[in-house]
Design a binder for this molecule. Structure first.
Ligand code: ZN
Length: 370
């Protein structure tokens, strides 16, 4: 099982490589029009050529990605060198695309690991209990099978067999109900253990309504607080359909979370690229950023100081006097957010949240500590 701790170690070991290393963050999200017909394969080939990645390594990377027909992720992060390094991470979040050949570039990966939380889904009816987790980040070679939409199934084994309802005589009904209750209590504890172990902070309950309602009542209190949604689903439907439903629920919950973030920013936050970058970089008081995925603005950057230069005409850095360069603001945000310990949420698509972010906040906004 890919635990956050193991992932952190793996990332640290990649970042300690002397290089040159290929660090590639490639968007493979099938919902993005630019990725139709796996057009990312072309971008990958061009980017590796442009960066001067050695032929032999190019071929190994291309073969790997071409053979991943259903990668079940939104972004692939690849780290490879001419020696024995070849690591692939699947990200269930959108990260700005970048390809580098040189020092390892793990910043976007640590940002995802630090700032996005796994979702858990407990699915149950009168005869079955299943637990799924979708993590923002996982390695490609875990023992568990990666299912549709990036879900993994975690084995949960109650100590007694599942009580079946329905066929009992009336005299036995009450005893059976008590039995179901104690059974659910045990399931609740198992669910708590696996939820904590997997670092799940947002939990979906799914199944026939009367079952999820009862299960929710028997859950330990610290878990009840993590339930974000109770969904009516039929466990008898094919697994693919079930996971599509869970993914739709997860997206709705994420959309709600983003909306709450924007509402809070409206009350107390900073907005617009200029004010937000100043508050983030110079005043160090932003702890959560909301950025439009389609943000096209550019900003100057000093590689020596690792600082954004807000005066777009400053070809020389006002701090160290060296040459600055122009970068996409979106890429700069990834580096600054990581350096300042701020969470970064990219919002994508055409919806109420992206409308607010674009029209009201100028594409970038943040929550401030003070
Ligand atoms: Zn400088």
């Amino acid at each position: 099982m890919a635990q956050a701790q193991d992932l952190r170690q793996a990332i640290t070991s990649v970042s300690g490589r002397p290089g040159p290393v290929l660090s590639a963050y490639m968007s493979i999200n099938a919902d993005i029009p630019e990725n139709q017909r796996r057009a990312y394969l072309v971008r990958l080939r061009d980017a590796m050529n442009d960066n001067g990645v050695p032929e032999d390594l190019q071929r190994r990377v291309r073969e790997y990605v071409e053979n991943e027909a259903h990668p079940e992720a939104r972004t692939l992060a690849i780290f490879a060198d001419e020696d024995d390094l070849f690591e692939v991470y699947r990200l269930q979040v959108d990260v700005p695309e970048s390809f580098r050949w040189g020092d390892p570039y793990v910043v976007p990966l640590t940002l995802v690991l630090d700032e996005h939380e796994p979702y858990g889904a407990a699915v149950l009816d009168a005869e079955r209990f299943r637990y799924f987790v979708v993590s923002p980040l996982s390695t490609a070679h875990g023992e568990e099978e990666m299912k549709a939409n990036g879900f993994r199934e975690i084995d949960v084994h109650p100590s007694e067999p599942y009580p079946r309802g329905g066929a009992e005589l009336d005299a036995e009904s009450r005893r059976t109900e008590a039995h179901v209750h104690s059974f659910y209590k045990e399931l609740g504890k198992l669910t708590r253990d696996v939820t904590f172990r997997e670092g799940v902070r947002r939990l979906i309950l799914a199944g026939p309504r009367e079952r999820t309602a009862e299960f929710r009542r028997t859950l330990p209190h610290e878990l009840q607080e993590r339930v974000v949604s109770e969904e009516h689903v039929d466990l008898g439907s094919p697994e693919g359909e079930l996971l599509d439903r869970l993914e739709a629920v997860r997206e709705r919950a994420e959309h709600e979370r983003e909306k709450e973030l924007l509402d809070e920013i409206r009350e107390t936050g900073v907005r617009g690229p200029d004010e937000t970058v100043a508050a983030l970089q110079e005043e160090n008081r932003v702890y959560h950023l909301a950025a439009l995925w389609e943000l096209e603005a550019e900003i100057r950057w000093c590689d020596n100081d690792q600082l954004a230069i807000r005066e777009i005409t400053s070809e020389e850095c006002p701090f160290c006097g060296r040459k600055t360069r122009v970068r996409l603001l979106k890429d700069v945000l990834v580096d600054l957010a990581a350096a300042r310990g701020a969470r970064l949420d990219f919002m994508r698509g055409e919806n109420e949240n992206t409308d607010t972010l674009r029209d009201e906040f100028g594409g970038l906004a943040g929550l401030t500590r003070f």
